[in-house]
Design a protein. Structure first.
Lengths: 139, 120
């Protein structure tokens, strides 16, 4: 994780209980990054979760993290903070491929999605190569 | 726009994979990132035709290297079909380094998924 993201994460941890990577309760929102170009999990990819403020129409950062060796990022959000609304996950795809010594057509990828029933679990994977990506609502 | 038909160096094709049809009458827009202001400038607004295409996105002269974004109004599209959609809109941000090439950016989508790739 870059220093800038570490600072943001520390600030959020200090003032915001919405991100809790030590909680035994799993996040109701999960992701999984897969590098389909190489057939491996997308490990070490920086990502961030944001919620759209319906009044100001501005995005608020909820969580910043990095995928683990399996391409996952546990603890994205707590059940209490996961309210209905419009969210986005931003994946730093350009940085990721640069770390592997490659270029990428997509400097970053933002997936915007609508949560109406926040009591459910939502899985938002990203399948990514240097020149393509896909996402879906999974389980 | 007629004179630019088929000659745009950047094209798209939007396919509704949920219904197995081209996505006709989907609103979309093309934007370029101004590197100094770090702001998105709107280049083109359009609507897909009955084949899910939108000719004349940009002229060869205007297509310079940089960061671009295609925004597809997927939420509006599904709403017009009386359905909800998980993704209220889709924005694909991409980097053009060699603007003398042709770029084809399709969007394949359903109510709960989408994919895109650099095609031809």
């Amino acid at each position: 994780m870059t220093t800038r993201l570490q600072h943001i994460r520390d600030h959020i941890l200090a003032e915001n209980k919405c991100m809790d990577m030590t909680s035994p309760l799993p996040s109701p929102l999960t992701t999984h990054v897969l590098n389909t170009g190489m057939g491996v999990p997308g490990a070490g990819m920086a990502l961030s979760l944001h919620r759209l403020d319906p009044v100001t129409s501005a995005w608020s950062l909820i969580t910043a993290g990095t995928t683990n060796d399996d391409g996952r990022c546990p603890g994205l959000i707590t059940r209490e903070c996961f309210t209905p609304g419009v969210y986005k996950i931003r994946f730093e795809s350009g940085q990721y491929w640069e770390g592997l010594g490659e270029t990428c057509f997509y400097p970053y990828i933002e997936i915007v999605f609508n949560i109406t029933d926040a009591a459910q679990k939502f899985h938002v994977p990203l399948l990514l190569s240097r020149f393509s990506y896909s996402t879906y609502r999974g389980s | 726009m007629t004179s630019l038909k088929d000659s745009s160096p950047l094209t798209t094709h939007v396919l509704n994979t949920g219904d197995g049809l081209p996505a006709a009458r989907m609103a979309l827009s093309l934007h370029r990132l101004d590197p100094q202001l770090v702001l998105w400038s709107l280049i083109t607004v359009g609507t897909t035709d009955s084949d899910g295409r939108c000719p004349g996105l940009i002229s060869r002269e205007a297509f310079t290297p940089g960061l671009y974004k295609m925004r597809f109004e997927t939420g509006q599209y599904w709403e017009s079909l009386g359905q909800t959609c998980f993704h209220p809109y889709v924005e694909v941000v991409f980097s053009i380094t060699e603007s003398d090439q042709r770029y084809h950016l399709p969007l394949l989508f359903s109510r709960y998924s989408y994919s895109t790739y650099k095609g031809s």
